[in-house]
Write a protein that binds this ligand. Structure first.
Ligand SMILES: [Zn+2]
Length: 440
């Protein structure tokens, strides 16, 4: 009797479990169909806006079957994005599975960015903060001019000699320009070291690899073009002098544990292992970029914590480049202060996009608070005109990632925990708002 009751109970339970699994399978199939639509829409926008799709390694069957129209179909693309957001909201209204609901929310926030970018591509602009909220999910904090003046005053007392702060900084920095003939060797050495340090903590796909190219005429200093199948094409701009610390910065940011590792972990864990097709499309102007740039910048501190960057430059890179190590400590102190000035570029971008800064003011801000000499200021302005509020992803993105990791126990004193939390971040579809909420 007891046994019979138990078997009946077990049958009931397995029927229930089966029903739940069926519901889950149905929900999953429904969401996968919406994810395919999301990818198709992104690739269609990319037929017109050449900067829209940063990477795609999903199935060919989702690529647009028709040639792009002669005129950008703004209204129909906007309608498609809004329609898909509506379907995802409807899907989530009844969804009890957290994983599926999370995927739907992530796609919705990416699609808000699609809509904003479609408008920008059609020259329909919003103010800087509204734009960054839609594109990257956040509004960056602003600082008054006095904030930057105080930092520059610190730099003023640190830098020796006579003359303007810019001239004195430039004089110091000029001692750390990598000779052209040594650039490739220095970069390859820095990347190998960043990779070695990352491999001490992460298991990466066996066939992972990258190519390295040197380019000119680009508005950025480095770029990772992720190719899929764990391959990256890393490009480094060489039309302006490259300072020695940039070799480590770019090695970590573009490579290990930055963009190359981020893209690989997403591809492996979410696309191949779980079949989330939406991950195979990386739309550049989307909240995903705040995580990408923020983690790539914070990745420098993960791989070379504290004074280790300074040490590696002094012990390895400078001798390799045949350069003098004198003044390295002073240079790194100046660089640390200069890094705190990074938000000044946001103010300049805000001023350009909101039309609240004259050309003279833009140049003054870039010179006084960005410590840019003329060539670099031109490069900055070109970058801002092309990428607009994207600039916040580097500094505010880095701060969001740093705060999330360090407030959850990934402090400098607990390196293993730091690498572990960072790996979680690089392996999941995370929205910037989720990270902000998860700060302890
Ligand atoms: Zn980047």
């Amino acid at each position: 009797m007891k046994k019979g009751f138990l078997s009946l109970l077990l049958v009931c339970c397995s029927v229930l479990a089966c029903k739940e699994t069926n519901t889950n399978n149905d929900s999953q199939a429904k969401l996968n169909a919406l994810a395919a639509k999301y990818v198709r829409l992104g690739l269609t926008i990319g037929q017109y806006d050449a900067d829209f799709v940063d990477a795609y390694y999903g199935p060919d069957s989702l690529k647009p079957m028709v040639q792009p129209k002669a005129v950008f179909p703004k209204d129909s693309l906007l309608a498609a994005a809004n329609n898909l957001i509506g379907q995802l909201i409807e899907f989530n209204a009844n969804e009890k599975n957290d994983t599926l609901a999370g995927r739907a929310k992530w796609m919705s926030s990416q699609l808000i960015a699609f809509g904003r970018r479609i408008n920008i591509f059609s020259q329909k602009y919003q103010l800087f903060d509204e734009e960054s909220k839609d594109l990257f999910g956040v509004i960056a904090p602003t600082y008054p001019e006095s904030h930057y003046q105080a930092l520059v005053a610190k730099l003023d007392s640190l830098l020796p000699g006579q003359g303007s702060i810019n001239a004195r900084f430039e004089k110091l920095a000029s001692q750390f320009i990598i000779p052209k003939a040594k650039v490739d060797t220095v970069f390859k050495t820095a990347i190998a070291e960043a990779r070695k340090r990352t491999l001490q903590h992460y298991q990466l796909p066996a066939n992972e690899n990258f190519t390295l190219e040197y380019v000119t005429g680009k508005p950025w200093s480095g770029y990772n073009w992720y190719q899929g199948n764990y391959q990256s094409k890393i490009q480094i701009s060489i039309d302006l002098p490259i300072f020695i610390e940039r070799a480590i910065d770019l090695a970590c940011h573009e490579g290990y544990p930055g963009h190359h590792v981020y893209n690989m972990l997403l591809e492996k864990n979410l696309y191949h292992d779980k079949g989330w097709v939406e991950i195979s499309l990386y739309p550049l102007f989307s909240p995903q970029s705040l995580i990408a740039e923020g983690s790539a910048n914070y990745g420098i501190e993960i791989a070379f914590p504290g004074t280790e960057k300074n040490k590696f430059v002094k012990d390895v890179l400078l001798p390799l480049a045949g350069m003098d190590g004198k003044n390295t400590d002073l240079y790194f102190q100046a660089l640390a202060l200069k890094a705190q000035l990074a938000y000044a570029r946001n103010e300049v971008a805000r001023g350009i996009i909101n039309n609240t800064m004259s050309e003279t003011e833009v140049n003054k801000w870039l010179m006084n608070y960005g410590l840019r000499e003329k060539n670099l200021a031109v490069k900055d302005i070109n970058f801002i005109k092309k990428y607009r509020s994207y600039v916040i992803n580097y500094n505010y993105g880095q701060d969001i990632v740093k705060k999330y990791i360090e407030s959850n126990g990934g402090t400098a004193a607990n390196a293993n925990k730091r690498w572990e939390l960072f790996q979680w971040l690089l392996s999941n579809a995370v929205r910037p708002t989720d990270l902000i909420k998860a700060q302890q």
